[in-house]
Structure formats: C-alpha cells, structure tokens
Design a protein around this ligand. Structure first.
Ligand SMILES: NC(=O)c1ccc[n+]([C@@H]2O[C@H](COP(=O)([O-])OP(=O)(O)OC[C@H]3O[C@@H](n4cnc5c(N)ncnc54)[C@H](OP(=O)(O)O)[C@@H]3O)[C@@H](O)[C@H]2O)c1
Length: 142
C-alpha cells in the first residue's frame, strides 16, 4: 500500500510514520512545502497513493480571545489546517479517486469555543443549516 502523510517531524505524524514502516510512504513536511502557504501546492505534483493522512497543523494563537487574534495568525491557521488540506485532497483524488483520506483534527470540534475564532468557524460550518452560534464573537451561520 502507498501512503502520504503530512507533518511527520513530530507528535502524531511521527508516530504514524513509525507505524507505517515497511509501506511505501510519501511525506510532506515544512522543509518540502510550508503549508501555511497553500499557493506553493499549486505547482506541486503529488503521487498516486492508496491512503493519505493529513495531519500537519497548528494553532498559533489558540485560546486567545477572538478580538486579540493577530490577523496573520488567523491566515496561517486557516491556510495550513484547512486550505492546504483541501488542495492536497483535490490533487490526490484527481490522481486516484479511490484514495482514502484521513483528516486529523481535534475532539474540540464537538464543543463550542466562543472566544476562539478557529473553533467558532469549525462549529459554524458544522451548524450551517440555519442555527446561529452565540458567544462573545457571534458569527452568523451561512
Ligand atoms: N496532540 C493533540 O492533543 C492535538 C489536539 C488537537 C488537534 N491536534 C491536531 O493533530 C495534528 C498533529 O498534532 P501534534 O500534537 O502531533 O502536533 P505537532 O507535534 O506540533 O506536529 C505537527 C506537525 O505538523 C507540521 N506542521 C505544522 N505547521 C506546518 C506547516 N506550516 N507546514 C508544514 N508542516 C507543518 C509540524 O512540522 P514542524 O515540525 O515543521 O513544525 C509537525 O510535523 C495537528 O493537526 C493538530 O492540530 C492535536
């Protein structure tokens, strides 16, 4: 089986890499592409794989009240944790529509964090069918 894993330099991704010893593994790390800059992916050819584990991510500014977030941090978080994963997923599915894609996120997705913009956006997305989230930073559902 052929695997692609992002963010294998530490933590969960490093453990996954160890578990996949013996399999054909294609890694994407910051030294290859800074996933805070998804535009870099546009000119990259990805391999045909059976499984992809999109693990790379960070939360610069996590836990910081929304009003205090630096806009550059918001951009980096969304670029790495969301936009890059969407682009990688699209490229992989073009290569092989049967690729099994695993996205590593957080159990925090099940909770509401009114002062955390990223969690607010994720919860908003989950509840986009009409409900409005309430908190210090209120975002309307789309
Ligand atoms: N561990 C937890 O309790 C927990 C909880 C909630 C969610 N998560 C999610 O689970 C995933 C793995 O977490 P972890 O705890 O294993 O974190 P970690 O030890 O910090 O590992 C994150 C990996 O992502 C890579 N990465 C971060 N920003 C990148 C960028 N801009 N471009 C390319 N690679 C980048 C890191 O590379 P560098 O070494 O170059 O920084 C590292 O390899 C993340 O998506 C995280 O948000 C983890």
């Amino acid at each position: 089986m052929k695997y692609l894993v992002t963010g294998t330099t530490s933590g969960i991704g490093k453990c996954i890499k160890q578990k996949l010893q013996g399999h054909e593994l294609f890694e994407i790390n910051r030294a290859d592409i800074d996933l805070n800059r998804p535009e870099l992916l546009l000119s990259v050819d990805l391999p045909v794989v059976d499984y992809a584990i999109l693990n790379a991510g960070h939360d610069l500014g996590g836990g910081v009240p929304f009003a205090d977030h630096e806009s550059v941090s918001i951009q980096k978080i969304l670029n790495c944790n969301l936009v890059s994963n969407v682009l990688i997923t699209q490229k992989l599915l073009k290569n092989n529509p049967n690729t099994v894609i695993v996205l590593i996120t957080s159990t925090n997705i099940n909770r509401q964090y009114p002062n955390n913009v990223i969690m607010m956006l994720i919860c908003q997305r989950q509840k986009r069918n009409g409900r409005t989230l309430k908190g210090r930073a209120v975002l309307q559902s789309d």
